[in-house]
Design a binder for this molecule. Structure first.
Ligand SMILES: [Zn+2]
Length: 426
């Protein structure tokens, strides 16, 4: 935060170039400051300017400037006053919930989910459908468009600020391209363009790891710390990283592809085509493969071969203190804890947040065992400073995170137009 603050308060011509050509400009610093302030307002709910200084670490001058700009757009309103022991009463800042609508869409291999929110990110409605038919881009896009239109049908005439769409796999938000979606066989699909054409709203793309982390930052444990890593468990496995309250994307938006780091050199084949990945051991099919190798393919937990069936039976087994279920959870915790320790040593986060359905189901057994392994496998100074917790985002974190990113994208476009005018008149 200190470095960011120093840059923000430096001369307006500051431009840093990195080797790959990405630039840090005064505009992107202004964007970062604005998002820090917005995160403060959404997560603290009607804070004072002083509360925002405390949460963001930005200077009072920067907070004042950013808040004034946002008040001028109409997105923020001053709401009520707080008497402060003899001094000047301080005003509370809130969001004008009727400023416009946001839509958050979670597109998965098996379902499409769309939530509609007001500008304060209160959820107004939710819709979900099972994904049917082929996974050709036209088919998938058609189903997404169909659901979003149905979800928006009750809001005719309302301003839509943006639609945030999460797609599985590697996504490049700046170009709006789904770079790779392995389970669909997609490669370089211009999904944002296809969706925008049909929806006639601003569309912002990203992937579930980024969306989950943004939701956690704004509406979950991010209220307590800006240094956290979210761990998504399921069929696929990945992480989302936040440092100093900012989402870490990396150069091509692939920071956090922890599921495809190597856990066992020369180990089991992963669906990404490499061997020994974290996902090949702790993704649900990896867990099933480990269980099969130990207890045989005919074990009752594996009958039918379904992933949710396996997890249900495992939970029942744990409740009954079955030895096989206990073996599985300890085996899971050993691999998960060691893989998380690698993240802890690399990032030194305050919190590691477990999210997704499997974490919720297995949590009571998984959390203590994994915490123990994580601590034992991390360096001492980091281990003592990191806690392993469950997500504090109520539900649909992917949809909520995508609506949040759509809001950011809307403001970014609005401000870049304002910025261009200012540059001309200077
Ligand atoms: Zn892999």
């Amino acid at each position: 935060v200190t470095g960011q603050r120093r840059l923000a308060e430096a001369a307006p011509r500051v431009v840093l170039r990195t080797e790959v050509g990405a630039t840090v400009t005064t505009r992107s610093i202004r964007d970062a400051n604005r998002f820090a302030v917005l995160r403060g307002i959404y997560s603290l709910v009607t804070p004072t300017r002083k509360d925002l200084i405390g949460l963001t670490g930005l200077s009072s001058a920067t907070i004042s400037t950013v808040v004034s700009e946002l008040l001028a757009t109409g997105l923020l309103v001053e709401s009520g006053r707080q008497e402060s022991g003899g001094g000047r009463p301080s005003t509370r800042i809130g969001v004008a919930s009727d400023y416009g609508l946001l839509v958050g869409v979670d597109v998965a291999e098996t379902y499409v989910h769309a939530d509609v929110y007001d500008a304060a990110l209160n959820r107004l409605s939710r819709d979900e459908r099972t994904m049917t038919g082929s996974s050709e881009p036209e088919q998938v896009i058609h189903q997404v468009v169909d659901l979003v239109r149905a979800a928006m049908a009750s809001y005719t005439g309302r301003t839509v600020l943006g639609v945030g769409v999460s797609l599985p796999g590697q996504v490049e938000p700046r170009s709006g391209v789904s770079v790779v979606a392995p389970n669909w066989g997609w490669s370089d699909v211009p999904a944002e363009m296809l969706l925008t054409e049909q929806l006639a709203h601003r569309v912002h793309l990203d992937n579930p790891l980024k969306a989950t982390t943004v939701a956690e930052l704004w509406f979950g444990h991010g209220r307590m710390t800006g240094d956290l890593v979210t761990i998504n468990l399921g069929t696929g496995v990945g992480a989302g990283i936040a440092i100093g309250g900012q989402l870490v994307r990396g150069v091509t938006n692939n920071a956090g592809e922890w599921g495809h780091t190597t856990l066992v050199l020369g180990g089991r084949r992963c669906r990404c085509g490499r061997n020994g990945c974290v996902e090949a051991y702790i993704g649900v099919s990896g867990l099933m493969a480990e269980f099969r190798a130990r207890f045989g393919a005919n074990h009752p937990y594996l009958v039918g071969g379904g992933q949710t069936d396996f997890v249900d039976r495992l939970v029942a087994g744990l409740e009954a203190a079955d030895a096989e279920a206990e073996w599985m959870i300890n085996h899971f915790a050993r691999h998960l804890g060691a893989a998380i320790a690698n993240v802890v040593n690399m990032i030194n986060p305050r919190l590691v947040v477990l999210s997704s359905w499997i974490a919720r189901r297995l949590g009571p057994w998984l959390l203590p065992a994994t915490t123990e392994v994580m601590r034992a496998e991390s360096i001492q100074g980091s281990a003592a400073a990191t806690d392993l917790v469950f997500s504090a985002v109520p539900d649909s974190p992917v949809a909520l995170g995508m609506a949040t990113l759509a809001l950011e994208s809307y403001l970014e476009s609005r401000y870049s137009r304002v910025g261009a005018t200012q540059i001309r008149t200077r």
